[in-house]
Structures are given as C-alpha cells and as structure tokens.
Write a protein that binds this ligand. Structure first.
Ligand code: FES
Length: 142
C-alpha cells in the first residue's frame, strides 16, 4: 500500500481529507481512528498527532475520543488475538483457570503481547455464548 508523507496510508489520508471538508469534521474521529487501528493494529501517538493535524482537531480531542472507547488500543497487538470470557457463566465454569493457564503458556499477562509478536491475550465480559461456557475466542470479532 502506498503511503504519503504523513506515514498514514494514502487511502486513510484521502478519507480524512474528505471528512475535513464537512462542517463537523470531528464527528468523523471514531471512524478515522478505526481505520487506522484496522490498518496498523493499534493507535500510535504519531498516528493520532497526524489525525489531529489533517483533520484540524485539537490533539486533546483525538486522545480523549481514543481513550474513551475500550476497543482502541495504544500498544501493538500480536498476530493472533486470544480472548477469554470472564463473564459470570464462564467464570463459574472455569474460565479463570483457562486464563491462568494461557498466561503461563504464553508468558504474558492480560493485555500483553508475547515477545515474538504472535499472540495478544485479553479477557472480556460475556461473549454472548454462555451456553458453551467456558468460552475462548481466537482471532474472532471480539
Ligand atoms: S459469560 Fe461467557 S459467554 Fe456469556
């Protein structure tokens, strides 16, 4: 994919420029940040600064939006995302033990990525499949 001077991919820069032409350009912040996270796997400080410059929105506003929503990440994620459900149904059926074993096997804590960059370990509150408890999702839409 071609990049422009900003370091963001050209298609994202184009999208930001389209958004900037609108009256409330800051209302596009979430979709812009989602595009960046989908591309890079996380939001770097540099990317957020570029969004601030290109969208002409104060950097505090960009950071405020990015930190408000839990689905944005500020650290690089692994190739594979492992999510263990810690909701009530899963917890009473042993998801805590599953999570502990994964921590041991991967050598990371929740929210961390293995040193080789292959796996990120996360937990969630009810993945909507309680009847299958305990539930763990690998590379799913969580
Ligand atoms: S509590 Fe785990 S899927 Fe609902």
């Amino acid at each position: 994919m071609t990049t422009v001077q900003t370091g963001l991919p050209e298609d994202i820069v184009g999208y930001i420029r389209e958004c900037r032409g609108n009256v409330r350009s800051d209302s596009y912040l979430i979709s812009v940040l989602q595009k960046i996270q989908n591309h890079f796997g996380y939001l770097s400080k540099e990317s957020m600064d570029e969004v601030s410059d290109l969208l002409q929105v104060p950097s505090a506003r960009v950071t405020g939006v990015a930190t408000f929503y839990h689905f944005f990440s500020f650290i690089p994620k692994g190739q594979h995302k492992v999510t263990v459900c810690m909701g009530t149904a899963c917890f009473v059926r042993g998801s805590g033990k599953v999570l502990d074993r994964l921590k041991e096997l991967l050598g990371v804590k929740e929210g961390e990525t293995t040193k080789d960059g292959k796996f990120s370990l996360e937990s969630a509150r009810c993945l909507g499949a309680c009847a299958l408890a305990p539930v763990m999702v690998v590379d799913g839409p969580v």
